[in-house]
Design a protein around this ligand. Sequence first.
Ligand SMILES: Nc1ncnc2c1ncn2[C@@H]1O[C@H](COP(=O)(O)OP(=O)(O)OP(=O)(O)O)[C@@H](O)[C@H]1O
Ligand SMILES: [Mg+2]
Length: 452
Amino acid sequence: METILVVDDEKNYLVVLSAFLTEEGYEVLTADNGQRALEIMDVTEVDLVLTDMKMPSMDGIELLKRIKERSPELPVVVMTAYGTVEKAVEAMQLGAFNFIQKPFQNETLKQIVNKAVATYRVVKENRRLIQALEGRYRFDNIIGKSKPMQAIFDIIQKVAPTRATVLVTGESGTGKELIAKAIHFNSPRRSKPFIAVSCAALAESLLETELFGHEKGAFTGATTTRKGRFELADGGTLFLDEIGEVTPSVQVKLLRVLEEMTFERVGGTKSITVDVRLIAATNKDLKTMVKNHSFREDLYFRLNVVHIELPPLRERTEDIPLLTAYFAKKYARKADKGEISISAEATEFLCNHRWPGNVRELENAIERAVLFCKGNEITMDDLPRELISFSDLEIPIDWQKLSKLPEALDAIEKRLIQKALLLSNNVQSRAANLLGIPRANLQYRLKKHNLL
Ligand SMILES: Nc1ncnc2c1ncn2[C@@H]1O[C@H](COP(=O)(O)OP(=O)(O)OP(=O)(O)O)[C@@H](O)[C@H]1O
Ligand SMILES: [Mg+2]
């Protein structure tokens, strides 16, 4: 139950307002002067202050100022006498939530009070989330309260001290690299290097020299001997990102290192032995790749000693408010802005969005929203357009002038296809799957709607 503090020097008003607001389901405290109000607030948490403007000794403006110094977010509604608009304007400029002119209808008061209390509820919820973040919903920089994330925190704690090889899988942007780093920095190897290699970024020949190094004269241009990433990571952790992209010949070499921790530099004969902990990541389905022989089964088993599967963000929506609060705090600090909260409507939207780019996409959206938002609250207006234009809310039909059926169906079809493409990162076969139609059928429709 929310608590409202009513401040007025006219006792009758206190009695009447108290009765009405109690009836509306609020806990009501009263004070007949500003000083008394501040004393009450010293010992009791209130959710709204409803204060008269004209009072002897401390007036409503002065009380408002004092309250804002102590709790900037606490809503204050001022009651002004009829015809004192300047005072009301001054109060609004000083951060009053709203004002109401006496005498007023109960219904008007009720609306203003309900709105103020609801707004403050969101602010408090945000604060609670941020506090929770400092605690058990956080492991290093990884945020998550959902069951799968909590289970992942447990796994990290268990495997970090060992040297077991870990395979991290999950869609793009789900946090694979973040997990790899958390494992390294919670292991006894933390003071030794964490070396990351993206296997997709390098051509096969380059990947080999990158991983294993080369001897002087191994190939044209190899004027000096160069250590590879395995040697650089000695004593530490090597993170092989996008392991699904590794060609068969490099797969063989990796297998050998995993088995013996021994390899030769390119162009060399001397065996080099290293002590490296390996973590691999991929957004590919390695099991299927094993089945169709594009990934070696023996290497897969070597890598898959411990498997961490990061679920897509849309399957752990309870993490979204938490992540949003975390990113809002992070980027508000970066942009030198004060505390920023998220409106209830925007939170709901973010929780229902499907986030094909997962946490990375959410992080980018919040970073932008923090920069664009004017006050200290992120609203729907601050969210990236492209998220919203594909939301389910939008139905491309003009209800005013009643569309013709074939046109309306066409418009809906086009919108569904666009949405399916968005959700599947433009992979046509997946989009067709989502829509439940054969791929050829999708292609025909893409042409028809000029979406190619
Ligand atoms: N649970 C989380 N808590 C906080 N930040 C997260 C979380 N998951 C991901 N992030 C952030 O999202 C961004 C993307 O994460 P990361 O680079 O680890 O994803 P990835 O799975 O490796 O993506 P890709 O497959 O595209 O390489 C990073 O900025 C990361 O810090
Ligand atoms: Mg990555």
